[in-house]
Each structure stands twice: as structure tokens, then as C-alpha cells.
Design a protein around this ligand. Structure first.
Ligand code: FAD
Ligand code: NDP
Length: 331
């Protein structure tokens, strides 16, 4: 019987974390195999940045660069460093024994080490008008888009009452003429510290018990119809920007609870490390980061995962060598 090939390392994902991991493991001559997915989690190969226009805060591009072009460049760099890339979605994995088994629609693969870099997807609200004005006034990332000229000195709206919403509102208030937060209950979910920041900012107004009903505009967004869910009263708020901060969904469903996650599904890794609850499996990027969620932090943790996978494989080889020599010593 022909034994199936065992890869050194399989990388699952296609954003900055996956490609940083591919570049580092490729340069370490581990010939990584990367599954970039085919519309996995509803996003094209290349990850979240394929859904945006200009990226102005990734180091090395003083003029900015389009999200899709940045991801094309990362993909080319991975390939030129020796990564083999398959446009297949990983449907499930078996981490119960090593080598780990990775299943796609038509095939299965084995690997000694696994890097999970499947990212997270910003939740949307499916408002009427949302599709039309997505990236034409509606965004799910204030830090990414807030400084764009279309939002400068304009009235903006943030939906959500958590830490992200408060942080985004505070961030946006530096650029906006005003920021209105729509909070669906009469309390914030956010920490007290973040709440203080919002309450002490004269540019931010909070509308409690208020939900968005419709995004309104012409070529771009001009306003949002909102409703008070206690009184039923409706009004149209002028707004050139609408920022969703209603949470993200980490793409960990395919792991079927074989790795430890928090209650919302984010991978838990050891402090200052990308090591997950299963030795040999590493998690990097937004799939394990509920706080920073930036391309540069994702790439940084992809580098960490690659270096840790490389060390793991070196240790594994010396363990295997020791075991073989012990067996040979006995015979
Ligand atoms: P992601 O980019 O989330 O990519 C992971 C990808 O892996 C998925 O999208 C999917 O294609 C693939 N995948 C998922 N599951 C599987 C599977 N089972 N099998 C195979 N493949 C799979 N950050 C910035 O720093 N600057 C910006 O200007 C900026 N703008 C943004 C604009 C928008 C609209 C959004 C949504 C985000 C923006 N961000 C920006 C955030 C940034 O995109 C993310 O922090 C970063 O992309 C996270 O990278 P990642 O590698 O963790 O994964
Ligand atoms: P959260 O899940 O904490 O908050 C989501 C917010 O969106 C809640 O206020 C929720 O309302 C609201 N919401 C959800 N769905 C809807 C909807 N359909 N319509 C209107 N509002 C909705 O997500 P965050 O991204 O804010 O935070 C995630 C985690 O990251 C938290 O643990 C947070 O502490 C952490 N974080 C920490 C930061 C920091 O420390 N600087 C910065 C950012 C995040 P409701 O409360 O009614 O459920």
C-alpha cells in the first residue's frame, strides 16, 4: 500500500496572516501547502481586504494600495517563496492524532503541523439599502475607512453598544463633524472605561433604544432612517457614513470544537504565542484576535505562527530520531 504524502505544514486561510505564514515557512524550506478557500465564509480568496478599496495604513505603501492588489502581491510573494496554493475550502479537520488530516470537498491531506488563519467576518445587518451603499458610505471598520475624505467633517453614525462601537465612535470623532451612536438597548455593553470616553466626547451623541431601519442616499449614502424601539417613533438622520460595530464571527466552524475557543468562537492561544490547545496546531490573525483586527497585526501573528511551527517541526524530528535510535538500540 502506498502511504499518503505527509506535508510538513498546511496553512488554512488566505488573508495577511496566512500569507505571512506561507512566506516564512516557504523561506524555511518547509514547502507549505496553503488552502486559500473558494468563497470560504462568503469572502473571496484573499480575505477581508478583497472587500475594500484603499488600504492606507499598511506599512510600505505611502500612496496607499487597493485591498485586492495588496492581497495579490502577498499571494505572489507566498508562491515565489515556495508555497503551493490550492483554491479549495477546508471543510473539516481531524486533530485527534498526528499527522493531522485536512478534508476538502474532493480530497484529504495529511500534515505534521497546521496553521489556522481563517479570519473573521464582520456581522452585517441586512438593512434595506445596505448592499447598495456598502463601501459607498457603509463600512464595518472605522479604523480602516474613517479617515477617508468622504467622511471628513461629515455627520457619521455608528451602530452598536460594545467596546468596538465606543472605540470606533471615539476614533471617528477626530475626523467627523459629529458622531451619533445607535444603541438598541438603554445601556452600553461596553466597559466603563470606554463608556467614559464616549460620554466625555462633546462630538458624540448616543441615541438609546434606537435601531437603524434603512440606509438612504443617491450615488452615496446621505442618511439613515432610524426607529425608537420603545416609542416606535421614526426619523431620518443625516449621515455620510454608517459604521457597523455589531460584532464579528470568527471562521472556526469547520474545526468542530476540536480546538479551545472562547464563548463566541475565537481561537484561544497561549499568551505571547500562537500555540492552540492541540500541540502542532497554531492560530493566527483575526481568527484569534477580537481586539486589534488589522492587516498588519494579522501578518505579524502569521509570522509568529510560522516560526513556532518551524520550531515544533524541528523538535518533532529530534523526538522521532531519538525514538528510532532507542528502538535500534534495543534490537
Ligand atoms: P482574513 O482577511 O479574514 O482572511 C481569511 C480568509 O481565509 C477568509 O476570508 C477566507 O477567504 C479564507 N478562509 C476562511 N475559512 C476557510 C476555510 N475553511 N478554508 C479555506 N479558506 C478559508 N485592516 C487594515 O489594517 N487596514 C485597512 O484599511 C483595512 N480595511 C478593511 C476594510 C474592510 C471592509 C474590512 C472588512 C476589513 C478591513 N481591515 C483593514 C481589517 C483586515 O482586513 C483584517 O484585519 C485582516 O484581513 C485579517 O487578516 P486574516 O489573515 O486574519 O484573515
Ligand atoms: P460585542 O458583542 O461586545 O458588542 C456588540 C454590540 O453590538 C452590542 O452592543 C450589541 O447589542 C450590538 N448589536 C449586536 N447585534 C445588533 C443588531 N442586530 N442591531 C443593533 N445592535 C446590535 O462586540 P464588540 O465587537 O464590541 O466586542 C467584542 C469583544 O472584543 C468584547 O469582548 C470586547 O470587550 C472586546 N473589545 C475590546 C476592546 C478594548 O478593550 N479596547 C476594543 C474592541 C473590542 P446588545 O448589547 O444589545 O447585545
Amino acid at each position: 500500500m502506498i502511504e499518503p504524502t505527509v506535508e510538513n505544514v498546511i496553512i488554512v486561510g488566505s488573508g495577511p496572516a496566512a500569507h505571512a505564514a506561507a512566506i516564512y515557512t516557504g523561506r524555511a524550506e518547509l514547502t507549505p501547502l496553503l488552502f486559500e478557500g473558494f468563497m470560504a465564509a462568503g469572502v473571496a480568496a484573499g480575505g477581508q481586504l478583497t472587500t475594500t478599496t484603499e488600504v492606507e495604513n499598511y506599512p510600505g505603501f505611502p500612496e496607499g494600495i487597493s485591498g485586492p492588489e495588496l492581497m495579490d502581491r502577498m499571494r505572489s510573494q507566498s508562491a515565489s517563496c515556495g508555497a503551493r496554493i490550492k483554491t479549495e475550502t477546508v471543510e473539516r479537520v481531524d486533530l485527534s492524532a498526528t499527522p493531522f488530516v485536512v478534508y476538502t470537498a474532493g480530497a484529504e491531506y495529511r500534515a505534521r503541523a497546521l496553521i489556522i488563519a481563517t479570519g473573521a467576518t464582520a456581522k452585517r445587518l441586512a438593512l434595506p439599502g445596505e448592499e447598495r451603499y456598502w463601501q459607498k458610505g457603509i463600512s464595518a471598520c472605522a479604523v480602516c475607512d474613517g479617515a477617508l475624505p468622504i467622511f471628513r467633517n461629515k455627520p457619521l453614525i455608528v451602530i452598536g453598544g460594545g467596546d468596538s462601537a465606543c472605540e470606533e465612535a471615539s476614533y471617528l470623532s477626530k475626523y467627523a463633524s459629529s458622531v451619533t451612536m445607535l444603541v438598541r438597548r438603554d445601556v452600553f455593553r461596553a466597559s466603563k472605561a470606554m463608556q467614559h470616553r464616549v460620554f466625555n466626547d462633546p462630538k458624540i451623541t448616543v441615541l438609546w433604544n434606537t435601531e437603524a431601519e434603512e440606509a438612504i442616499g443617491e450615488a452615496a449614502l446621505t442618511g439613515v432612517r432610524v426607529r425608537n424601539n420603545k416609542t416606535g417613533e421614526e426619523q431620518v438622520l443625516e449621515a455620510n457614513g454608517l459604521f457597523y460595530a455589531v460584532g464579528h464571527t470568527p471562521n472556526t466552524g469547520f474545526l468542530e470544537s476540536q480546538l479551545t475557543t472562547d464563548e463566541t468562537g475565537y481561537l484561544i492561544t497561549e499568551p505571547d504565542s500562537t500555540r492552540t490547545s492541540v500541540p502542532g496546531v497554531f492560530g493566527c490573525g483575526d481568527v484569534k484576535d477580537r481586539v486589534f483586527r488589522q492587516a498588519v497585526t494579522a501578518a505579524g501573528s502569521g509570522c509568529m505562527a510560522a516560526l513556532e511551527a518551524e520550531h515544533y517541526l524541528v523538535d518533532l524530528k529530534s523526538i522521532q530520531r531519538d525514538t528510532v535510535s532507542q528502538i535500534e538500540g534495543k534490537t
